[in-house]
Ligand binder design. Structure first.
Ligand code: SF4
Length: 279
């Protein structure tokens, strides 16, 4: 169905506001090339970017190429990535993915969406991350948990399925905004429009956003816990966050490409909570 003029106008307003607020938002996963970004994105499912960034330097020092990862002993790979969670599934996918890269693509990352999604462990989101961030190719819009939530609240889509959301966004966003739009939405979702208590008063879109599904003045879990405590008179008032060059994740939790994690695959000392990865 064709996108309405109203949808396109709203999308243009969102694009302009977020561009002004987060002009240099970028991917938070450290990488030096498309291969490293591909592996880091696979590892980022149900895991924080910080944790992935702790694991990948050692991983790539030990296994610097797809051929190295394809040939390494599976238990060694599992051990190397264990702290990212889902380590058995991820290790299997990474190794199978690297074998296909070697056998079918000469050890290179294909610059093609259809070829990328054929690789084990790689779905549209991961493929769009790699093509957009590593190659600058706007093949689609990355839809993760933040983009899903914010696009719904902003009235840019009524869909809940990531693939359908992406199709809605593609219709209303200029192609040259597809890559940066996701970075900025993710950044905005983390800083302002968070899952439990969106800070609409501080939002650059407060005048334009229809706030679909947002409960006005809903108390957050944090504010409820602290309600009984006296507030010291010296407590600083909350300030509007400064504009920064902070990098944002394009590959946050809730990846549809990973199943629910068995207890045996959870990272030691790390709780995996469904509620911590809101839709
Ligand atoms: S106005 Fe509120 S619901 Fe809309 S994007 Fe901003 S924080 Fe989110």
């Amino acid at each position: 169905m064709a996108a309405s003029m109203e949808s396109k106008r709203r999308a243009a307003r969102v694009v302009a506001s977020l561009r002004g607020e987060y002009p240099e938002a970028d991917c938070a996963l450290r990488h030096v090339d498309a291969f490293q970004l591909l592996i880091a994105t696979i590892l980022s499912a149900q895991c924080t970017d910080e944790r992935v960034n702790q694991v990948t330097p050692g991983l790539f020092a030990q296994y610097p190429t797809p051929a190295d990862l394809a040939a390494c002993p599976l238990p060694a790979l599992e051990k190397a990535i264990q702290s990212t969670g889902f380590f058995r599934n991820k290790a299997r996918n990474i190794q199978a993915c690297c074998r296909q890269l070697v056998e079918r693509h000469g050890g290179h990352i294909p610059r093609d969406l259809d070829a990328l999604v054929q690789l084990p462990g790689v779905g549209r989101k991961t493929a769009n991350v790699v093509l957009g961030t590593a190659f600058g190719l706007p093949t689609g819009v990355v839809v993760d948990t933040h983009v899903t939530r914010l696009a719904g609240r902003m009235g840019l889509t009524r869909e809940t399925d990531a693939v359908k959301i992406e199709q809605d966004l593609i219709k209303i966003l200029p192609r040259d905004e597809w890559i940066a739009f996701s970075h900025r939405m993710i950044h905005h979702g983390r800083r302002i429009c968070n899952a439990r208590k969106p800070n609409c008063d501080e939002c650059v879109l407060s005048d334009a956003c229809p706030r679909v599904g947002v409960v006005p003045n809903a108390p957050s879990a944090k504010s409820t816990r602290s309600a009984a405590k006296p507030i010291p008179s010296s407590s600083p008032k909350s300030k509007k966050p400064k504009k920064t060059k902070q990098r944002t994740s394009l590959a946050t939790a809730d990846s549809p490409e990973q199943p629910r994690q068995p207890v045996s695959q959870r990272a030691p000392g790390r709780k995996v909570s469904r509620r911590s990865s809101p839709a």
